[in-house]
Design a binder for this molecule. Structure first.
Ligand SMILES: CC(C)(COP(=O)(O)OP(=O)(O)OC[C@H]1O[C@@H](n2cnc3c(N)ncnc32)[C@H](O)[C@@H]1OP(=O)(O)O)[C@@H](O)C(=O)NCCC(=O)NCCS
Length: 362
């Protein structure tokens, strides 16, 4: 038998082999790694927050799984209407079966699912033409990422020290830390992160859901905050501890919410990934500075997030740079209002809603 069908629990080991072989060709499949890949069950099969009827798909050829596409369906709202949106992830075909329509068959089966829009947010430059050919349109607004160096010398030095034995690293990084301290004392240094006059409060997944529901702006596309999916995604993101400790905070000024952020405080040399940063446009600079200060005070070396128009000024002032490669967000929809919300960045969608929490196994 050959063709597309829904993923079942007994396919997980084959999907793991396929994914690891294609995305991490030099990584041997150990029993521990196979166990880590079992999280595919948590993400795709036993996930109460997914809409039923939107199953991940496999392509079976003579009893073997030779292709996979992760699928997740959720509800979203815009201008008072509720819509169904789908995200795909981990799209992969076995090298020996490529160029024969397997990927196209999987993608077409995915697109046949009833929905108002389909989107994806981490497509590399090499795969952008493929997705455009498969009917998706680039959403420029969410495709640019920024990096803010917090400890620029340590960031560079850790490229070398990360290859050293762990016990030696702190000592070898001391000169870098001293140079970063000096940089902070240069007049008007962009590497001095003061504490803005905002009240910072830790936030739960339920708190995030109510902030998303209550943020002003009818014309913002936002995930449904009543179905538990936001809470599930926050817990999933929190469980991905290899990226650092997940920090969620709400920011208040004059008794009102002026923004919030969710990011990983990564104390190692790696970046601290920002999953969501939302600011009232009038408070964008202090909200951004609050995030930078929090990350810096937790020992992070750099922050990386998705560009939003309201953040341009604070990012420029802080000497943030573009990530040196693009991860495209693409969308496919028949609804002009949804397309406009994507292309203009009028949404409260974040990396939390994208592929991040659906990665098979980093
Ligand atoms: C991307 C991938 C899944 C495609 O699978 P495939 O079985 O080779 O795809 P198909 O043969 O069905 O081709 C599907 C369509 O896309 C086109 N296509 C395939 N690869 C393409 C590429 N790199 N650029 C542009 N178009 C491409 C094909 O020509 C075909 O178009 P058509 O239907 O008009 O003829 C496969 O190449 C793969 O596993 N790549 C490595 C993993 C990866 O990068 N995944 C994507 C993550 S975003």
């Amino acid at each position: 038998m050959s063709g597309v069908r829904s993923l079942t629990g007994s396919d997980i080991d084959q999907v793991a082999e396929l994914h690891n072989r294609v995305f991490f060709p030099s990584r041997p499949m150990t029993p521990q790694l196979r166990q880590r890949y079992r999280q595919l069950e948590t993400v795709f099969l036993n996930n109460q927050a997914r809409l039923p009827g939107y199953d991940p798909l496999v392509y079976e050829h003579e009893g073997s799984v030779v292709g996979f596409i992760g699928v997740a369906g959720r509800r979203f709202t815009l201008l008072g209407q509720t819509y169904t949106g789908t995200l795909h992830s981990n799209f992969v075909v076995h090298p020996a079966h490529r160029g024969r329509g397997v990927g196209g068959a999987l993608f077409r089966a995915y697109l046949e699912l009833p929905r108002d829009f389909a989107f994806v947010d981490e497509v590399g430059e090499r795969n952008r033409p493929l997705h455009e050919r498969l009917g998706m349109t680039v959403s420029m607004a969410q495709s640019v990422r920024w990096i803010l160096p917090l400890r620029p010398v340590r960031r560079l030095a850790s490229l070398v020290t990360d290859r050293m034995p762990k016990v030696l690293r702190p000592v070898c990084l001391l000169p870098a830390d001293a140079m970063d301290a000096m940089l902070r004392h240069v007049p008007r240094s962009p590497y001095r992160f003061g504490v803005p006059d905002l009240q910072v409060t830790p936030m739960s997944g339920a708190g995030l859901a109510s902030l998303i529901a209550g943020f002003p702006g009818e014309d913002l596309l936002r995930p449904d905050a009543t179905d538990g999916s936001i809470e599930w995604l926050v817990e999933r993101a929190r469980s991905m501890q290899e990226h650092g400790q997940l920090v969620l905070s709400t920011l208040h000024a004059k008794g009102a919410v002026v923004g919030w952020y969710m990011y990983y405080a990564n104390k190692g040399g790696g970046r601290s990934e920002v999953l969501q940063l939302v600011a009232d446009p009038e408070w964008a600079a202090p909200v951004f500075d609050s995030l930078a200060h929090d990350a810096w005070s937790r020992g992070a070396t750099s922050l990386c997030g998705v560009l939003h128009p309201s953040l341009l000024a604070p990012l420029a002032t802080r000497r943030a740079v573009f990530e040196p490669w693009v991860r495209w967000m693409l969308v496919r929809t028949q609804h002009p209002a949804i397309l406009e919300a994507f292309t203009r960045g009028q949404s409260l969608l974040s990396r939390l809603d994208g592929e991040w929490c659906h990665h098979a196994c980093d």
